[in-house]
Ligand binder design. Structure first.
Ligand SMILES: *Cc1c(COP(=O)(O)O)cnc(C)c1O
Length: 408
């Protein structure tokens, strides 16, 4: 099965109650048992079944199974938001004293979270670019994780997943990637060597801008050294499954960041059109990036542009696709605001991956908590506008942005 067929007819598409074509919403808190014995078995994980929706729900499970199949993982665990997915994915395997190496061109919320983790004794060291030459000198005997975004948001650096995962594995460390901006339509990071994939499902996965969610997918092949990863040591009997099992039965369950069945349902509906949407979104982004780069004085960042340093890698790793985000610089913050205020169809909103094209000024929004140095390391300048293309007709988008820029 190829991508679009798999979205509708893959293995994760099961038989649903009443022969429904998509999973009905199981909008319930608790599930009834016929006997105390049966309830005990489910609580002891000796029988399958649902007990309480924070710990398991059929609609959420249906969404997890679809995401797991798309990413080619061993297990997927859905969370209440992308941020909770990133936080739980890390807390599940890290302990006080551990160090993480991450790229600086990350989502602003993730950078803020890394600051919070310091208070728990987890230190994140940043490299400007997630390349071997920058990462290698920072690896110490305390390094426990490499963390990167497949396409940095909003820096738009493209991660060489194979090269960075080879480096990580040669030092006995896993690679965790945030694949929100890439989606499985561009690449399946586990196939290229990543160990754990996290997503904000609020973006392209959902696609309609109607639900916040996150998901963690574990490839379950990393050979955990339980001496080095004491956070997982109680689960050592599960070997490479230790990460998934601790997450499912311990950290995720106890932290309580579960996805609501309604949002899981909205994501299932969204996922079925992921391929069609991404095809149009990526093509719109490319056309818009090319058109804007023709305008004198406008500096455009998009992975597939001729002068972009990640062009070759994007072509190889994403089979010629460049994603749905571009950024451009217009000269000053005032001009950036004026351009945005001039837009007719492009909506000013702090989201991405919507069917609508969205614009944001990252420096005054997503990066207000960062100093100038970390902002610029993330590719965010005073005059940067980020565009997340939607599925409108490209001619209208090009006209809207060109007119706004020319008017200013
Ligand atoms: C939006 C986003 C997140 C956070 O996701 P929420 O669902 O908003 O919590 C994390 N990483 C990336 C790359 C994002 O774009």
């Amino acid at each position: 099965m190829i991508f679009n067929t798999r979205l509708l007819h893959g293995k994760a598409v099961r038989e649903y109650p009443y022969h429904a074509t998509i999973p009905p919403i199981s909008q319930v808190t608790a599930f009834r048992f016929h006997s105390a014995e049966e309830q005990e078995k489910v609580f002891m994980h000796k029988a399958s079944g649902y007990a309480y929706s924070r710990v398991g729900n059929p609609t959420v499970a249906a969404f997890e199974q679809r995401m797991n199949e798309l990413e080619g993982g061993n297990a997927a665990i859905a969370c209440s938001s992308g941020m909770s997915a990133v936080a739980l994915a890390m807390l599940n395997m890290l302990a006080s004293g551990d160090e993480v190496i991450a790229g600086s061109g990350l989502y602003g919320g993730t950078i803020d979270l890394f600051r919070d983790l310091r208070k728990f004794g987890i230190k994140v060291k940043f490299v400007k670019h997630m390349t071997i030459s920058e990462i290698e000198p920072l690896i110490s005997d305390r390094t426990r994780l490499l963390y990167a975004e497949v396409i940095g948001n909003p820096g738009l650096d493209v991660l060489d997943i194979r090269a960075v995962s080879d480096l990580a594995h040669s030092r006995g460390i896993p690679l965790m990637v945030d694949a929100t901006t890439a989606t499985p339509y561009l690449v399946r990071p586990l196939d290229w060597g990543a160990d754990i994939v996290v997503h904000s499902g609020s973006k392209y996965i959902n696609g309609g801008g109607n639900s916040i969610s996150g998901v963690i997918v574990d490839g379950a092949v990393f050979p955990w050294d339980f001496g080095k990863y004491p956070a997982l040591s109680d689960f050592s009997r599960y070997g490479p499954l230790a990460y998934t099992i601790r997450l499912r039965t311990d950290i995720w369950e106890n932290m309580g960041c579960c996805l609501s069945p309604f949002h899981a349902f909205m994501n299932i509906c969204g996922l079925e059109t992921l391929g069609l949407r991404m095809e149009r979104i990526c093509s719109n982004a490319r056309k818009l990036a090319e058109a804007l780069s023709e305008i004198p004085g406008i500096q455009v960042n998009y992975p597939l542009l001729q002068d972009n340093p990640y062009r070759e890698l994007a072509i190889k790793q994403f089979e010629g696709k460049g994603g749905g985000i571009l950024t451009f610089r217009v000269g000053s913050k005032e001009k950036a605001f004026q351009v945005m205020n001039h837009l007719k169809y492009v909506t000013i909103a702090s989201n991405l991956g919507d069917v609508r094209t969205l614009a944001i000024h990252p420096a005054s929004t997503l990066y207000i908590n960062s100093d100038e140095e970390s902002r610029e390391a993330a590719g965010v300048y005073e005059d940067t506008i980020r565009i997340s293309t939607g599925i409108e007709d490209p001619e209208d988008l090009i006209e809207d942005l060109t007119e706004a820029i020319e008017a200013v």
